[in-house]
Design a protein around this ligand. Structure first.
Ligand SMILES: Nc1nc2c(c(=O)[nH]1)N[C@H]1C(S)=C(S)[C@@H](COP(=O)(O)O)O[C@H]1N2
Ligand SMILES: [Mo]
Length: 186
């Protein structure tokens, strides 16, 4: 059926497993803040109300964990990451970002990867507010990369000129993480 949507080495699951470092930070949405900093024209601190005041979008996408499970057609809602990035105005030399999370986790992607039309700063999944286990109140969703790039409990986006490997990337996970190329470990 949907075999053409299951990347090599992945298996289809119908539940939604929870994968993380085991620290589930308890951030009430009223205390949640997202800081945009580094090589930006203007440092920005975005709060919950400001996030909800931005254009809201829905995107359904597939979610591929490097531990080999794939969930198809996950219905997310939130704000385009591109719109969030634009609030801060990255400088011309900003080519890479570090995503920071409230559990101390980090992960890195090229800035260009955040600008795709399927990348969300998400607060809702399956028609319900994101649970703490799945990264609530707010997480990143970056469907074109393995799910470790989709930072849960998102707290910051830092812009750099050079690439800075994140938590798993310094521990041997692949820097690019394209599921269709099986870029699992380096
Ligand atoms: N902050 C944070 N984000 C994280 C992680 C983590 O440990 N901390 N784990 C990553 C990994 S390895 C995966 S597979 C996905 C899992 O998302 P889920 O628990 O909602 O399925 O979150 C990613 N984002
Ligand atoms: Mo993962």
């Amino acid at each position: 059926m949907s075999d053409h949507r299951i990347p090599p080495g992945q298996r289809h699951v119908t539940d939604f497993p929870v994968l993380d470092l085991g620290i589930h930070p308890d951030i009430h949405h009223e205390n949640w803040q997202l800081r945009l900093f580094g090589l930006v024209a203007q440092e920005v601190v975005l709060d919950w109300e400001q996030l909800l005041a931005m254009p809201q979008v829905q995107r359904t996408s597939d979610f591929h964990c490097v531990t080999t499970w794939t969930r198809l057609d996950v219905p997310w809602e939130g704000v385009l990451a591109r719109d969030v990035v634009n609030l801060a105005g990255p400088l011309a030399e900003a080519r890479h970002v570090t995503l920071h999370s409230y559990d101390g986790y980090t992960t890195n992607v090229p800035l260009a990867a955040l600008l795709d039309d399927d990348v969300l700063v998400a607060h809702t999944v399956d028609d319900a507010p994101l649970s703490v286990e799945h990264g609530g109140p707010v997480r990143l969703v970056l469907p074109k990369r393995y799910a470790w790039k989709s930072a849960k409990w998102l707290s910051g986006i830092e812009f750099h000129a050079e690439d800075r490997p994140g938590y798993w990337e310094v521990r041997g996970y692949h820097n690019e993480a394209d599921p269709w190329k099986e870029e699992r470990y380096s």
